[in-house]
Design a protein around this ligand. Structure first.
Ligand SMILES: Cc1ncc(COP(=O)(O)O)c(C=O)c1O
Length: 369
């Protein structure tokens, strides 16, 4: 079986609009007179400038750099990996959709954990794939994707793609790199491992070399939505072998990432101290929230993310607490998948630690619900 959708093995399709920035780089000089792209370059943008400043108005007028060169350069330096192993797109979600588009044809089997980040299954089914789910390791203190079960299902079904969030959502569990490498080894050679690392930056070993390794047959997907606080601007990146990224490029929406999103991500990366301080604050709050919930008798697995998962004694109780919190104006997340209906996932913002904020939850844990 081929690793990618069969039609992508032909020559093309070739992006008809690589864009002005790519042309400037190829020519080695600027093109000052931009009469070829029909942008509204002469739009005065008084209202936009007044509200957001001149720079936002300037960025807004032009098509972005489809190759996100400046951002990829920064990432390549930061992660110490070659430029051609990086691809920037409109968030991890877009990259998940892109990986599916490049690898799968209708009726291909894809594998995921039952109850994991549901956007993967939503996109996979929307593309006509056959989604096969395997249960989590789900017992007191542990809510973790079952790597052996994922591998077994992939081999049994000759799957085209296996999805794994690491660290996981909603459990927060982190599988070590060795376990991921072993999972890759145990998958069929032509099956791609889509490794969703949206919460990568919260790992304590985020700066070790293996955490940025380019593994054959693996697409690592990351985002600026979490540790970098840019969820509203839609930007993320993939790390994969160059030949894999070439296939993804064939079906990518070339201007999906705006110039503003690219400039914002570059700026945030250029201020690494601010990002690191934010991550440290999140981890501190996560540990305090975990300790508090455990003191109340809650079953809270260790989390390597910016949220904690609380396993309630039953799905009914979790639904009641969820509804009562919502009545009081607080939204925590209860996974929609029936397999994880007993789980409540809480973002580790300062607000979560306010004494009154999670009142209904506290009552429930103390048996007074
Ligand atoms: C595991 C996982 N992947 C992807 C995403 C989406 O990331 P993005 O905002 O970059 O699309 C999320 C967001 O919650 C997530 O939890």
């Amino acid at each position: 079986m081929p690793r990618y959708a069969r039609h992508l093995y032909r020559d093309g399709p070739h992006n008809p609009f690589p864009g002005l920035k790519a042309l400037e780089r190829r020519l080695g000089r600027e093109i000052p007179h931009r009469l070829g792209s029909n942008e509204g370059l002469d739009m005065p943008h008084q209202a936009l400038s007044q509200r957001f400043g001149d720079e936002v108005a300037t960025l807004a007028r032009s098509y972005s750099d489809a190759e996100a060169f400046g951002l990829r350069q920064r990432l390549a330096t930061l992660l110490d990996i070659p430029l051609d192993t990086l691809l920037v797109d409109a968030g991890a979600d877009s990259l998940i959709a892109l990986a599916l588009r490049a690898t799968c044809e209708p009726d291909n089997v894809v594998i995921a954990s039952a109850g994991t980040y549901p956007t993967f299954g939503y996109f996979a089914v929307g593309q006509g794939c056959d989604l096969q789910e395997v249960p989590y390791q789900n017992r007191p203190g542990v809510l973790a994707p079952n790597l052996a079960a994922l591998a077994k299902a992939a081999n049994r079904h000759h799957a085209r793609l296996v999805y794994l969030a690491n660290p996981d959502n909603p459990g927060g569990h982190l599988h070590e790199d060795q376990a991921i490498a072993a999972l890759r080894q145990s998958l069929p050679e032509d099956c791609t491992l889509l490794l969703d690392e949206a919460y990568f930056d919260f790992r304590s070993d985020a700066s070790t070399p293996s955490s940025t390794a380019v593994w054959p047959g693996v697409i690592r997907v990351r985002t600026f939505s979490k540790a970098h606080g840019l969820a509203g601007l839609r930007i993320g990146y993939a790390i994969a072998a160059p030949e894999c990224l070439e296939m993804l490029q064939k079906v990518r929406i070339h201007y999906a990432v705006s110039s503003l999103a690219q400039a914002a991500a570059e700026t945030v990366l250029d201020h690494a101290d601010e990002v690191q301080a934010h991550i440290a604050a999140v981890i501190d709050r996560r540990e305090r929230l975990t300790a508090w919930l455990r003191e109340l008798g809650g079953d809270v697995p260790d989390s390597a993310t910016n949220f904690v998962a609380l396993r309630m004694p039953s799905a009914d109780l979790a639904a009641c607490v969820h509804a009562e919190l919502l009545d009081a104006g607080t939204l925590v997340h209860r996974p929609p998948h029936p397999a994880l209906g007993h789980v409540l996932r809480i973002s580790t913002l300062e607000d979560a630690l306010k004494p009154e904020r999670l009142n209904a939850l506290e009552k429930a844990l103390q048996g007074a619900f």
